[in-house]
Structures are given as C-alpha cells and as structure tokens.
Design a protein around this ligand. Structure first.
Ligand code: IMP
Length: 191
C-alpha cells in the first residue's frame, strides 16, 4: 500500500521507509504531484501536522502522514515551540535562531528543554496523532558540527554531548522524530 509522507527530503524518506518496513511504500510529495507549499499557520505542532495531512489527503485522496517539530524551552515558557524555524526571522535562519536562543537563555539557571514532534496520520480517511519527545538541556555554547537546526545547543538527557556531536544513527535512536516515527510504524504494522 502507498502512503504519502509530507516531505521531499530524501534522507527523511529513506529513514522512515527503513523504520516502517516493506508493508507500505512511502511516497514523497513530489511523487504524488503536490508541488506547491503547504500552509503551516496553526498555533500548535499538532494543528500544523494535521493541517498538512488534511491538505494532502484532500488533494490526492491517498493515505498520508505529516510531522511538525518544535524545541520547547522550560525557562522560556515553551518557546520557540511551533515557531522554532522562524524564531529570529521569517526565513529559516538556523544561525540567527541559535544566537537568539543563547541570548534569551543568558543568566537562566533552568536549562531544561525538550524537542517534540507531532505526527498526524490519515489512514483510509481516519485521523490519528502520535508524539515523540526527548528531554534534555540547552548548552551555554554550541558543541559539534553534525545535525541541523538547534542540534549544537541541545544535549539529550543522560548524555553530555550535543545532538550535533552524535552520528545520525545515535541521534535517531533517541530523538523526538525517531520516537514519533517508531510509534507510527508500530501502528501501521499492527493494522
Ligand atoms: P520541522 O517541523 O521538522 O520542519 O522543524 C521545525 C524547526 O525545528 C526546524 O527548522 C529546526 O529549527 C527545528 N528542529 C526540528 N527538528 C530538529 C532537530 O532534530 N534538531 C534540531 N533542530 C530541529
């Protein structure tokens, strides 16, 4: 059975296909003919994930899933959260986002934070939500060159190194997205 994942990122597609196994064929947005930008204007991660999945379902009629991720920092009341990509500017400027986060965290003793992924699935017209969370802390300076986004500033619980200092496999085994994808895969494979 074909199922659309709301991305064109080859790396994410391969990773999800490996986790889900061969019972489902994971198809990109482009492959199912959705080439326009999908609006992401909802106030929550769940809202955005569901809105994206509903958009694809209404355009294609195919079963599909979509994710949205945010970094939620305790001392900042959950910011940047749903605005993680556009924290400092309207564009996706990772460098500016990290700088702003460090600035807002200056002098804060509570460095607790979490990455949270909301995953929305529409399967045969029914809607489902899955969540993946990893707790950790915001470092006082950038560490490591791997990963993307806020990775150099986030050390997951039980680890002294940042996500940017881990291999892709190590990160995937504990990350928010890895957890959400494994829940989705388990659900699909138990159908
Ligand atoms: P998206 O929903 O996967 O597009 O993520 C939204 C934003 O959250 C990204 O632009 C990044 O700034 C941040 N983000 C999401 N996942 C990660 C991650 O695994 N590491 C670091 N930053 C992330």
């Amino acid at each position: 059975m074909k199922i659309v994942f709301a991305t064109n990122n080859a790396h994410k597609l391969r990773e999800v296909q490996q986790t889900v196994g061969d019972k489902f064929e994971i198809v990109s947005l482009r492959e199912c003919g959705v080439v326009e930008d999908i609006p992401e204007n909802e106030p929550t991660l769940e809202g955005n994930a569901l809105a994206k999945a509903r958009y694809i379902y209404s355009r294609t009629g195919l079963s599909c899933f979509a994710d949205d991720t945010g970094l939620e920092v305790d001392a900042l009341g959950g910011e940047p959260g749903v605005r993680s990509a556009r924290y400092a500017t309207d564009g996706h400027d990772d460098e500016a986002n990290k700088r702003l986060l460090l600035e807002r965290m200056e002098g804060k003793e509570n460095r607790g934070a979490q990455f949270r992924t909301a995953m929305a699935l529409i399967l045969d017209g029914e809607e489902y939500l899955f969540e993946g969370v990893v707790r950790g802390k915001i470092l006082t300076k950038e560490c490591g060159n791997g990963g993307f986004g806020y990775d150099p500033l986030f050390a997951p619980e039980g680890h002294s190194e940042s996500f940017a200092e881990m291999s892709a496999e190590e990160k995937n085994a504990i990350s928010h997205r890895g957890r959400a994808v494994r829940k989705l895969a388990e659900f699909l494979n138990n159908r």
